[in-house]
Design a binder for this molecule. Structure first.
Ligand code: NAD
Length: 471
């Protein structure tokens, strides 16, 4: 089929975009490694040539520092493409499975066929990365895609539209911008796969809509990712890692450490390390953290107000601000803030924080920390700091989370050979590399029999005594 005109020329409705991709999706079932690789390479070239525009869009959307844009929006996408290019040919190849005695004479193979037309719904917090990384998996698998970027980051959404219109015809990949209504229109359509990144509450809406057509889903959701700091942790090391993981993107990260469960024997030293670490990261000239160019801002007033409400509620219920607490409503600035004396009655311990507030609770026995985590919905990530192997293994074995990291945090996102995703409330399905490729592929089992051979001849009627022998 001829490519349609450049898509920046006109605005597509969800229905028109979806229908226009039907024929290409059929053709792309036969696409070769070279064709898929060339689409990925074009994306890589575009990103490298437009890095300044990407930085500007993110800075305009929520004051994201250029270095953080490079590190968390550009670099992960480029390395995902590189990883795909290195491995895709192997992933695409049908694989043979072993033949049991009862299937003697047959050959079994797994084929990885593109699911077809996919829908990618992206959130605002890493608006470039989380729209393009799923697209890489979709294209690697041979699917077409419609991307619905978040309306809360309009500069990045506009840039995504420009990028995709320069690289693809809309019957291949299209960007459809808009508010929730547009998302809902898209969700009415019988896509072959939906890859959604966002909150658990909207994840349920997406899954309900997908059920209408029995469309498969990948749900990359959120929740509260806890950090355990055990009695024998290296506190300087732990503090440095947690501070970066928590405050990068101003805490607006799905796998940010949400709260700390610290062994009571380490609390005092941990607080000291955290305070010194914050100073070192953001306030080296003692002008106050607000002056730092290295801290992003809260995305909008609604989220600013939500976070200030958590803070007020926590203080009202007896929490102490050990560090920070300052804010500026005009610029959506919230100072990195550490709270102690928190308990589960507080909103800050019930809702996903998604901002620069870090509450710390203590425990006496490791079992208490494990029980606390197990009493909550399963988190997207769980972090454990401590150097005793048996205690590390106990935490991994006795808790459930999408991913877990020992003696670091957030880092697992960048590991190309590990699946990334949640479990139950924090998500369904896995992303990245081979796992992302598989989400957009139908793993089709194909059995090849020889003419004249059949095991069925032993099984078909008259059954007589043969079935008795089978049991
Ligand atoms: P969100 O769920 O509010 O929105 C995500 C997308 O869904 C947006 O494009 C939005 O337009 C659309 N949407 C919102 N309401 C909708 C509705 N009622 N019907 C249909 N579509 C709707 O999430 P957000 O605020 O953009 O992102 C923050 C959440 O995403 C957090 O919970 C965070 O943990 C999670 N998240 C998860 C990951 C991950 O990889 N697991 C990554 C980033 C963010």
């Amino acid at each position: 089929m001829e490519s349609l005109n450049n898509q920046s020329d006109f605005v597509l409705t969800p229905q028109a975009a979806f229908e226009s991709q039907a024929e290409v999706a059929m053709n792309w079932r036969l696409s070769t490694f070279e064709e898929r690789a060339s689409r990925l390479k074009n994306i890589r070239t575009w990103i490298k040539a437009n890095q300044t525009q990407i930085r500007a869009a993110l800075a305009n959307d929520f004051g994201k520092p250029a270095a953080e844009t490079d590190l968390s929006e550009v670099y992960p996408v480029i390395s995902e493409i590189n990883h795909c290019l290195k491995n895709l040919e192997k992933w695409m190849a049908p694989t043979s499975v072993s033949t049991p005695l009862t299937m003697l004479g047959t050959k079994g193979k797994l084929y990885f066929e593109p699911k077809g037309r996919s829908l990618i719904i992206a959130p605002w917090n890493y608006p470039f990365n989380l729209a393009i990384e799923p697209l890489i998996s979709a294209l690697a698998a041979g699917c077409t895609a419609i991307i619905k970027p978040s309306e809360l980051t309009p500069h990045t959404a506009a840039l995504l539209q420009k990028m995709i219109s320069e690289l693809f015809a809309p019957n291949e990949v299209a960007v459809i911008q808009g508010e929730i209504e547009v998302s809902q229109e898209l969700l009415k359509l019988p896509f072959d796969h939906i890859f959604f990144t966002g909150s658990p509450s909207v994840g349920k809406i997406v899954m309900r809509a997908a059920a209408e057509h029995l469309t498969s889903v990948t749900l990359e959701l959120g929740g509260k990712s806890p950090v355990i700091i055990d009695q024998n942790a290296d506190l300087h090391d732990a503090a440095e890692k947690i501070l970066w993981g928590k405050f990068v993107n101003c805490g607006q990260t799905c796998i940010a450490p949400d709260y700390i469960l610290a062994h009571e024997s380490v609390l005092a030293e941990l607080m000291m390390e955290l305070k010194l670490g914050l100073q070192k990261m953001y306030d080296t000239e003692y002008k106050g953290i607000e002056e730092s160019a290295d801290l992003a801002r809260i995305v909008n007033k609604k989220h600013f107000d939500r976070l200030m409400d958590y803070l007020a509620d926590a203080e009202h219920r007896g929490a102490s601000i050990a560090f920070g607490g300052n804010s500026n409503a005009a610029t959506h600035y919230i100072e990195p803030t550490i709270l102690t004396n928190v308990d589960d009655s507080m909103k800050i311990m019930q809702e996903e924080i998604f901002g620069p507030l870090l509450p710390i609770r203590t425990f006496q026995k490791l079992d208490e920390a494990i029980d606390h985590i197990n009493s909550k919905p399963k988190p997207l990530a769980l972090y454990y700091f401590g150097n005793e192997k048996t205690r590390q293994q106990l935490v991994i074995a006795e808790t459930s989370s999408g991913n877990a990291v020992i003696n670091d945090c957030v880092l697992h996102y960048s590991h190309p050979n590990l699946p990334f995703g949640g479990v139950n409330n924090s998500g369904i399905g896995k992303a990245h590399g081979h796992f992302g490729f598989l989400e957009f592929s139908n793993q089709k089992g194909v059995l090849k029999q020889r003419i004249g051979m059949t095991t069925i001849s032993m099984l078909r009627p008259p059954y007589g005594f043969r079935t008795k022998q089978l049991i």
